[in-house]
Design a protein around this ligand. Structure first.
Ligand code: MF3
Ligand code: CO
Length: 257
């Protein structure tokens, strides 16, 4: 069942989204050579608690694998998503996916971005730009009367026209009272897939994961970290987006208010 949210609920998700945006901005700026991914995790957690919210991912256990042990997901280079913060030091030339969610007064928001550490290769820069553009192309389709596949196809086209590939094993999702709600929002479409119509009051986390090479992935022995099967780069962007009568509203965007 797809839960529709009223204005008060959307206001709470917006506040959660604002906290996520502030944390990602600060953590992104701190992703410099010699910083460890664990330091970024600690920073995200402290900033969140200071704002009266709680990290959404810590302790999350969607299936039979171990609960996610940290607050932030940090995916370096060939890591796609769900990289677990550790003593690993970032270095110039790395690209770093930062995925973060919080719960604030019972409502969740979730967002991600990929940042460059120092100077990165032209390919890495282009991959990041294409993944960001694919997210915004998807958001543009998050409108009353469209369907989920309009989002999926816009993302897929942006990525494939650039010569990159979309990851199929993970999808975007509804968000609100839970981190993951219906519907799923895949980053590709094939006939036969569920394709609900979009309605006012839906809130969707749209999150393309874009690979430089093959779409295929492997999960590391930690049970979480997804890496590209070919060892090439991957980039990830995500926003929590409300579908309103006036069009898409990005709830996890940094506002100056
Ligand atoms: N943005 C990711 C998602 O929506 C982050 C989940 S990490 C987890 O699935 F630890 F919570 F699983
Ligand atoms: Co998400």
């Amino acid at each position: 069942m797809i839960l529709l949210k009223g204005p008060e609920e959307i206001a709470l998700i917006r506040r959660a989204g604002q906290i996520v945006a502030e944390v990602l901005a600060q953590v992104g700026a701190a992703a410099r050579p010699e910083t460890t991914t664990e330091e970024l995790d600690r920073m995200a957690e402290e900033l969140t608690l200071k704002r009266g919210a709680r990290p959404a991912f810590k302790g999350y256990r969607p299936g039979p694998q171990a609960a996610y042990p940290k607050s932030l997901c940090v995916a370096v280079n060939d890591e796609i998503v769900h990289g677990i913060p550790s003593g690993r030091k970032l270095k110039a030339g790395d690209i770093v996916g930062l995925d973060y969610g919080v719960v604030y007064q019972g409502y969740y928001a979730d967002a991600a971005r990929t940042v460059a550490v120092g100077t990165v290769s032209d390919t890495a820069e282009r991959l990041i730009a294409v993944a960001r553009q694919a997210l915004y192309a998807g958001i543009e389709q998050a409108r009353v009367g469209n369907r989920v596949a309009d989002i999926s196809l816009a993302v897929q086209r942006a990525v494939e026209h650039a010569g990159f590939s979309v990851v199929e094993e993970f999808a975007g999702h509804g968000i609100g009272r839970s981190l993951h709600e219906e519907p799923q929002v895949p980053n590709y479409f094939r006939s036969g897939m569920a394709n609900p119509r979009l309605k006012e009051g839906m809130v969707l986390a749209i999150e393309p994961m874009v690979n430089e090479g093959t779409a295929a992935l492997k999960i590391l022995r930690d049970g979480w970290t997804a890496v590209t099967a070919d060892g090439k780069l991957s980039a990830h962007f995500e926003h929590s987006v409300a579908i309103t009568a006036k069009g898409p509203e990005i709830l996890s965007r940094l506002s100056d208010a």
